[in-house]
Design a protein around this ligand. Structure first.
Ligand code: SAM
Ligand code: DTB
Ligand code: SF4
Length: 334
């Protein structure tokens, strides 16, 4: 059994990250096979339940009110629309639905009540329900858990050192506090980052160190490639190399062996061969459906053809237990 460590140093992580690429993929694939069902990839579906008009200044984000990005701003969706989208996603093989809101933080108002109702309704469909709503208090996390929330996505995005260059309207510490609140409420933690923001390799390593040195590893780590959006300060960033995606995924896989590493934003720019490299390097989840939150994603049939070609099976819901049960990772760490 692979040892689960929470004391990785930057030097160790850097050494892994810089391993010659074929050795790196081999090592990551070996750890993946030892710790997870190699042929399974989880399909998650995203829905933006409240789009645009966000007060934050995240330099990558099309939903920040201060950038003119032409995003289709809308108030909170009716529950029926979310349930219909969840049913469609489930029929297409998705076992998780992630609902996103362009909020800085959750407020205890009617919109939050509506999200709580959506969580209950999607949970009744026997899907893993995930939310990404910005910062949460302990009480709000508990309310989501009581409604049946399975996971909460809250990304660190980049390193602590690089954070101010990307976001000035909140701190890294605030981000980490929300992750603590989510943990305390026994909700599965989903937290990762973006590459291609103009960060250095040291920043990537530093972010991976923060994630892997949390008291418990996140159950899920999304690795996003920046989708450059016109109107945002990062609109002209060059596309990241697929080798950088592979290195990030493989390094995350090696240092957090039980975690689901998610090949997230950026797949429209990647061929099936490139995505296959990411699966070999240890990615075991994708977002499927024609849209991420506001930007395009590969269409459903293209993804299904890829699953067929690569012999991948969509993962069933709740393989690692139900909310508030002992997770596979907790069992391993106990
Ligand atoms: N407002 C909430 C928050 O910031 O946590 C939830 C929604 S926010 C859009 C969720 C995540 O999407 C961000 O943390 C970021 O990692 C990712 N994201 C946003 N815009 C992106 C882009 N252009 N390219 C890649 N990832 C992006
Ligand atoms: C994550 O790490 N990536 C997803 C999900 N978590 C919420 C979001 C990607 C958003 C890409 C830009 C957009 O579509 O607006
Ligand atoms: Fe708002 Fe989230 Fe976009 Fe930042 S990433 S601007 S908090 S929606």
């Amino acid at each position: 059994m692979t040892e689960i460590r929470h004391d990785w140093t930057k030097e160790e992580i850097s050494e892994i990250y810089h391993t010659p690429i074929l050795d790196l993929i081999f090592r990551a694939a070996t750890i993946h096979r030892e710790n997870q069902d190699y042929g399974e990839v989880q399909i998650s579906s995203l829905i933006s339940v409240k789009t645009g008009g966000c007060p934050e200044d995240c330099a990558y984000c099309p939903q920040a009110a201060r950038y003119q990005t032409g995003v289709n701003v809308h108030a909170i969706l009716p529950k029926e629309e979310v349930v219909a989208a969840a049913q469609k996603a489930k029929a297409g093989g998705a076992s998780r639905l992630c609902m996103g809101a362009a909020w800085r933080e959750v407020r205890d108002n009617r919109d939050f009540d509506k999200v709580i109702d959506m969580v209950k309704a999607v949970n009744e469909l026997d899907m893993e329900v995930c939310c990404t709503l910005g910062m949460l208090t302990e009480a709000q996390a508990q309310r989501l858990a009581d409604a049946g929330l399975y996971a909460y996505n809250h990304n660190l995005d980049t390193s602590e050192e690089d954070y101010k260059r990307i976001i000035t309207t909140r701190t890294y510490d605030e981000r980490l506090q929300t992750l603590e609140h989510v943990r305390k409420a026994k909700i599965s933690v989903c937290s990762g980052g973006i590459i291609g923001l103009g960060e250095t390799v040291e920043d990537r390593i530093s972010m991976l160190k923060t994630l892997s040195n949390l008291p418990k590893h996140p159950e899920s780590v999304p690795v996003n490639a920046l989708v450059p959006v016109k109107g945002t300060p990062l609109a002209d960033q060059p596309r990241v190399s697929v080798w950088d995606m592979v290195r990030m995924i493989a390094t995350a896989r090696i240092i957090m062996p039980k975690t689901v590493v998610r090949l997230s934003a950026g797949r429209t720019e990647m061929s099936v061969v490139e995505q296959a490299m990411c699966f070999m390097a240890g990615a075991s989840s994708i977002f499927a459906g024609e849209k991420l939150l506001t930007t395009p994603n590969p269409d459903f049939d293209t993804d299904m053809a890829m699953f067929q070609l690569l012999g991948l099976k969509p993962r069933e819901a709740f393989k690692n237990g139900r909310p508030n049960q002992v997770t596979e990772q907790q069992a391993v760490e106990a």
